[in-house]
Design a binder for this molecule. Sequence first.
Ligand code: PRP
Ligand code: URA
Length: 241
Amino acid sequence: IDTEFEGGRHGKRVEKIAKVEEKYMIRRNMEMDERVTVISHPLIQHKLAIIRDKNTGSKEFRELLSEVAMLMCYEVTRNFQLEDVEIETPICKMNAKMLTGKKVAIVPILRAGLGMVDGMLKLVPAAKVGHIGLYRDPETLKPVEYYCKLPTDIEEREVIITDPMLATGGSAADAITLLKKKGARNIKLMCLIAAPEGVKAVREAHPDVDIFVANIDEKLNDHGYIVPGLGDAGDRIFGTK
Ligand code: PRP
Ligand code: URA
């Protein structure tokens, strides 16, 4: 659309429509993208509504985030391989199915990603936990790395990165780059809420990574916060400001 040619108020309207169409296309592409999964289970959506509420305090926020992470983990691990194992029930022998023993690493992005670890460990108790410390510079919105400690055999592990918020996507994309540099090959990203911009950025930077979210919200505001979102996840988990 040639907005300059259109000129004046009419031109502005055309520009606005073009932006809405672009957003619509981004969302449509995401909905058709097999590597982006929105886990819309009623229990998750119900708990997410309470998490979002500004009147929900830190204790309840933490408990619910942990519960949602556990429920999401069920879906994130859906493609884990099974093998036949002979067991004996009190009645007879049988071939049962068990996990092949593929090793898992849960890697929270500090701080807020920590809030999802306990819930996941309830379902995958043998997983090792790595940590990546990133904070978003409030001016540039660019992630700044301050810590990285990963299991030594990270290249053999199925890695699940946790972070409740996928906003511009900068933190998640950098964390994935860092993990790849350290040798990780099978990486999934699990977030509570994403902005369309964040999903697009991570998909473009890392097309091999599956993304799991409980919801893709409307947009980012001028400060890089997800709208409607839930505010600052780290502050709400840890009661800071
Ligand atoms: C938040 C959030 C993500 C990041 C998302 O962390 O937990 O890590 O911002 O934003 P992005 O997609 O635009 O990079 P924050 O930097 O506030 O640090 P914190 O978890 O220590 O509060
Ligand atoms: N980080 C948060 O904690 N919340 C947002 O909405 C965006 C980034």
